[in-house]
Structure formats: C-alpha cells, structure tokens
Design a protein around this ligand. Structure first.
Ligand code: ZN
Length: 533
C-alpha cells in the first residue's frame, strides 16, 4: 500500500513536470525529428532487417513457425508503430510486407505537406493471430490511421497462412471463381439477417460484392468470416463490420483443397465424427478469444517513445535538486533504474538478461502485450530472473489519439497477457512515445496504473551505436536516474557490458523502477523524470 502511495506521488510529479515544462516539448520534438528523418533516408541500411529473416533457432513463439516484431518510428511530422508477423519463408512474408508498405505509403501521402501542429499524425498497425489448426494461422492485420480531426480511421487486412503448403490462401483457393456469384448471394443474405441490416447501404454492398477479388475474409472449419472496412457498406459509426457465415451455408461451394485442409465434413457425414471435430474447433475458438482479449489489454500500453523524450526533457530541472542532494551525501548509496522497452524479442532479450546477470543487475522491462502474447515464455524468463515486468501498451499506439474504448484495450490487454505469462499483474505503465493526455492520465489513475517516464534517454533506437549509448549514460546518469533503452536492438545489447561495468565502477546499484521509488523515498533522493542538461 505504501508503494502505491509512492506511485501516486510519482504520477503527480510527472503531471507537474508536464504542466511546468510544456515549452520544452517543442524543442525536444524538433531534436527527435532531425534524427528520424536521417534514419528514414537510409532504411536499407537497417541491419535488423537481416536478423528478422533468420530468426528460427529457438522456437519460442507461442505460434510455431510465426514470429513477431514491432517496428517504431518517430519524427516531428509523425509517429508510427507496425506490428509485423513473419515466417521463415520470404514468399509468405512478401504479401504481408507489401500490404504494410502500401499502408505506410498511403499514410505518408495523406500527411504530405500538412502542418501537424499539435496533432501529430499517427499510424498503428496491429495483428490478431489465431491458430486455425496446426500450422495454419489466421492473421487479421488492422491499421489505425490518425491524420487529424477527432478520430482516426481503421481498416483490416486478413491473411490465412498455411505453413503445411507454404502459401497464403486466396479466395480462389477456397471457392472456385465460377461460384463467386453464389458466395456473394450467401454473404448478402447473411448481412440482411444481421443486426446491422438496417444501417447497411445496399448500393455500396452491391458494389463491394460485384468483384470478390478484394474480399476480406478468414476461415476455419466452421465459419467463413467476411470483413468490411469503415464506410465501405455503411456509415462510419458502424466501424469495421464482420459477418460470420456458417460452413453449412457454403460447404457446397468450397474447393477440395480447403475441404481437405480444414477437414470439413460433408453434410451427410457421420454425426459422431462431426461432433468431435466441432468440440476441437470450439476449444480452439475459445483459445482464440482468450488470446484476443489478452491482445486487447496489451494494446493499451504501447506508445512510449515520443512522450518519453518529452517528459525527460521537461522534468530535468525539476529533479535537479533531488539529484544534487543525493550526490552531496557521499555516504549514501547510488541507485539507477535501467529500463528496456518494446520487447520481449527472442533475438535480443535473452542476451540482455545474460548481460544483466553478470552484474546481478535488476532492471525493468516495459513490454508490449503483442510481443508477450507471442513470447510468453520469454516474459516469464524475464520475471523469473528477478526483473520487473511492466506495461508498454498492446501495440505501441499513440494513446492520445485513441477513443476511450481503444485506450482501454491498449491499457488492459497487456496487463492480462503479462499476468497470464508471469503470474504478476503489472501496475507500472509507460505510454508509447511518452505521449499522455487528460484521458490517459485519468484512466491510469482510475485503474491503479502508475505512469513511468524516464530521466535519461539513451536514444539507442536512433543511434544504433553502442559508443553513443554509453556516452549518454556516462554524461547523464546520476543517482535516481531512470534510463530508457530498448531490448530489441542488437546494438543496445552490445552497449550493455560497458554500461554495466561503468555504472558498477561508479558505485551504482541496479534496481527496478518500483525499488527505486521505494529507496528514493526512504533516502530522500527522488526518481528523476526529466533529462539532466
Ligand atoms: Zn516504446
């Protein structure tokens, strides 16, 4: 309980620093922008691209054969985070990557030449992964695009990945083209019988169903689900629509390939066999529902980078008194809280754990719910090593651009996922890009989440240079510092041996954020939420 009070005061400190140091935000953003633009200019040079293609060695993924990483960019003109699912087969990755690139291009075209002002455009791409059967996955990617105004726009793109035959299923592979009119009729009938029937614009529906090439759908052995984007067949208030068509209505239309793949029973099949299949399917569906719920929760915590920077810059001055006090009393212990965001990731997170273990250092990992969902064992490994696991949202969106409903998903899903993986429900949360507004703060307060920013920004995601990372650490860390890093970059891992040796030689004790808050409260040295000049 005492700890909770400390968190609350910490939150207050953060809020105050936000209000008092608003003016610093602009300059911080400008600084960030320059570097991001440089980065944009040479994306091909990103070595991490190579890494993601060769991941396979440890099959840590909860979805065997599938991997996930979250790519984040921030600049003065925009922020974006893309959750990229991938396999070890380039041909399978290609259509997914093509859709992501297309989505990014459209986003950049929409913001071209606009003055973002206060409302920085944002793009967040996430994916819901459902195992349809062994080695067959339904990946429902969705993009949330904010380019101004009250709300963003959302659209979906499903991919059914068949790792048995190494292909992504097309509509043609499940229903012969000469039966597409019959499928269109079934879909229309299903929509007319649905709750949304009254709100549908049937002219738009006819247009959408005239050519099914671009139909958005997922399938399992019981249901074909079709999706329509916002505004596609009705008012935007309907959001993304999905209609579930039972297999019994389309069984006669299906190709032999899909009947075989999903073991779909003919109508006349023996009841017993069908029942067995159904039970299995139901179990899978339930699992999926659980997964999706967890995803939702995870989504809540993702938007760190921009805001984090701002906060750091904003609060330095506030905290300098505390720092000075700590440094003056030379007998007192020195504490530093290392924090790692955006993981866990199999290529790098275990290496971070190894390096920390050499110094018996404890750190805090602000995880993305989506990454935890794919790599729960890794999250568990981090917690088991004595580190603090905290919430960084589900899919790294800018939380300030979300409706309350979406905010709730992004705040709670990761907590559920982390609790499921580690047994511990996190109460620390770091907003992606450090971005907060009244709604985010009110939500955090109401739901016992403490918002944790940082005081030292290593800019590791930008420099991708161990020496530059260590320069920042040597220059800026003082007792009570919260240091921002990302456990998803190999260069950050490479910086750790020197960083840990240096800080250890300087007499620092490596503590978690919660421990820091406790000890600093006892010793009178404050955690620092702003950058030291
Ligand atoms: Zn982040």
């Amino acid at each position: 309980m005492k700890v909770e009070n400390i968190f609350k005061s910490a939150l207050l400190v953060i809020l105050l620093s936000f209000l008092v140091y608003q003016s610093f935000i602009a300059s911080a953003e400008r600084k960030t922008d320059t570097t991001s633009e440089e980065q944009e200019a040479s994306p091909e040079e990103n070595k991490e691209e190579d890494v993601k293609k060769t991941v396979d060695t440890q099959e840590l993924s909860e979805f065997p054969g599938l991997h996930l990483r979250t790519e984040t960019e921030e600049s003065e003109r925009y922020t974006l985070s893309i959750t990229v699912p991938f396999t070890n087969n380039d041909e399978l990755n290609e259509p997914i990557e093509a859709w992501i690139n297309e989505t990014k291009d459209e986003f950049f075209a929409a913001i071209e030449g606009t003055d973002p002002g206060e409302n920085i455009p944002h793009l967040n791409v996430q994916v819901k992964t459902v195992q349809v059967k062994e080695k067959v996955y339904s990946l429902l990617s969705s993009a949330y695009k904010y380019t101004g105004g009250a709300n963003g726009m959302e659209f979906v793109k499903p991919f059914i990945v068949d790792l048995h035959n190494n292909k992504i299923l097309t509509l043609e592979s499940i229903i012969p083209m000469n039966k597409s009119d019959q499928l269109a009729a079934v879909i229309k009938e299903e929509i007319q019988e649905s709750n949304a029937a009254e709100d549908i614009d049937y002219e738009s529906l006819e247009t959408a169903l005239a050519d099914l090439t671009d139909l958005k759908w997922t399938i399992n052995n019981q249901i074909l689900t079709v999706y329509f984007d916002e505004y596609e067949i009705g008012p935007g208030s309907l959001g993304i629509l999905n209609f579930e068509i039972p297999m019994s209505k389309i069984r006669g239309l299906l190709t032999e390939e899909v009947v075989g793949l999903f073991n779909i029973q003919p109508d006349s099949s023996e009841k017993d066999e069908q029942k067995e299949e159904t039970t299995e399917q139901e179990e899978q569906n339930n699992q999926h529902k659980n997964n999706q719920n967890s995803e939702s929760n995870q989504d809540n915590s993702a938007n760190e980078n921009n805001n984090e920077d701002n906060n750091s810059n904003n609060s330095n001055e506030n905290n300098s008194n505390n720092e000075t006090n700590t440094n003056e009393s030379s007998n007192e212990k020195k504490y530093v809280a290392l924090t790692f965001d955006d993981g866990p990731l199999p290529e790098t997170t275990p290496r971070v754990l190894e390096e920390l273990a050499k110094f018996n250092a404890k750190a805090t990992f602000f995880m993305l719910g989506s990454q935890v969902e794919y790599y729960p064992q890794l999250a568990q490994q981090v917690a088991a090593a004595g580190h603090e696991v905290a919430n960084h949202s589900q899919t790294h969106p800018d939380l300030t651009k979300l409706s309350l409903e979406k905010l709730e998903y992004q705040m709670e899903t990761p907590r559920n996922n982390i609790e499921k993986a580690t047994g511990i429900r996190p109460h620390l949360m770091r907003p992606p890009y450090g971005a907060v507004n009244d709604q985010v703060i009110a939500y955090a307060e109401k739901n016992n989440n403490s918002i944790i920013q940082w005081s030292v920004d290593t800019l590791d995601w930008q420099s991708k240079d161990p020496r530059a990372i260590n320069d920042v650490i040597k220059r800026d860390v003082i007792s009570g510092s919260i240091v921002l890093m990302h456990d998803i970059h190999p260069t950050t891992v490479d910086a750790l041996p020197e960083a840990l040796q240096y800080l250890s030689d300087e007499g620092y004790e490596f503590v978690t954020v919660s421990e820091l808050m406790e000890v600093t409260n006892q010793s009178g040295a404050g955690p620092i939420y702003g950058k030291v000049k």
